[in-house]
Design a protein around this ligand. Sequence first.
Ligand code: ADP
Ligand code: MG
Length: 468
Amino acid sequence: MDIMWQEFLTIIREEVGSRVVDTWFNVLVLKGHDILRKEVYLEAPNAFIREWVNKNYLMLCQTHLARLLHIPAVKVLISDTRSSIVDKSDSAADPVSVSLASIASPDAEPEKAAVVTYKGARSVANRAAIYTDSAYSFDNFVVAPNNSLAYAACRAVSENPGYLYNPLFIYGASGLGKTHLLHAIGGAIKHKYKKNVILFQTADRFVSEFINAIRFNKVHQLEEKYRSADVLLVDDVQFIANKGQTQEAFFHIFNVLYDARKQIVFSSDTVPQQMDGIAERLRSRFASGLVVDVQVPSLETKIAILKKKAESSTVVLDDQILHFIAERVALNIRELEGALIRVLAFSSLTQQSITIELVHKVLLRAPTAVIQSVDFDKIMKVITRHYNCTNKQLCSKDRNKHLSFIRHIAMYCMKHLTDKSLRDIGMFFGGRDHTCVVYALEKVERHIQDNSHFSLELRRIENEILKG
Ligand code: ADP
Ligand code: MG
């Protein structure tokens, strides 16, 4: 039974993403099933979780549990317990321990309340990172025409937080330095105003944090924490889309900070006006300060960035080689960095000096100049031909193991051979969450490491795609 539950968790992790599984499903217990009555019994640790799962994920549970039990349909019944006592011993020291008294329904009898430690909840990325990262600073950011406006605004904000541009909203495609700039602001303000509380958080983590806060009846504490910030840096704010309740909470936090003249900085993949699934009032707040973009770097800028990045290595790369790498990596600085690291690593591991030939060989896996000419259709064509399946199957919700793995490979190729975001890839496969794509990439990468045969096969597929 345990195995079936594990299998179930694996399947739905794909469907709804790790965050949802960690938040809602890891705390459920499979109590049993009755094949004759076609019923499966689950137990939730409290009424709130039971209701939530019932309301949002019942169909999902029924579909997959029926399949795993090899019967056409099951009814899933979720009970909640108010009496399970798990590991009281370290509850005082454990930040995820909660008193059920506080989250049980108001009419729960107090003596039935129990302390429950939610195993697994620790793994959820649910704590706001108090600003610490110093790897990304203004000093190691290359200023060029594609980002000079954003850079200037960030510097200005760091000099005088809360007064000049508030909020500051930075947008642009993936891998162009937005997160870097947010950290640089955090670092610079921390340096200048030592006592300032600086909070950096990505919007998807904020969403998880908020969901957890609801679960543990700690919304008030969460709001307090954010309201106590002197500087709030919210990365990838687009991930708050379609999360109405979180937006609501966030809106209030925003207003409190804004009124108190605390600096707020956002990054996003689009301009506020084009953000879908965001409440109008929040969108207009995003746009109410200064909105700046970061653009795709020119060849010269890419070379300058490579030079800066190579400074920290002991290897000297001549201009011709830097030029060669910069030319082959089309749009994205993250990829550019990756290419450089691969070249440096390969040369040091094999003790070969860095030549154009070597760079060519190393970058062959992702000849990124081609990135512009590869699209999803091309990838799907090769993958479906290679594995003898159809686009429809891959974009469907079918959880068949073999099909899932082919889907993962397709996602992997899309990530590596195009400059599309995780979200774009997820959307392409029937509107899956970006976390599903992350999971797929991890799976394929692990498989590459474990299986040289597969690694070769993947190389062949990629080459086929690149040949068009
Ligand atoms: P984004 O948040 O826009 O997706 P990141 O800030 O994560 O992008 O940047 C991706 C990588 O590229 C990071 O390692 C970052 O340091 C680097 N990078 C981006 N722009 C620059 C720049 N102008 N100078 C130096 N490094 C940069
Ligand atoms: Mg980023």
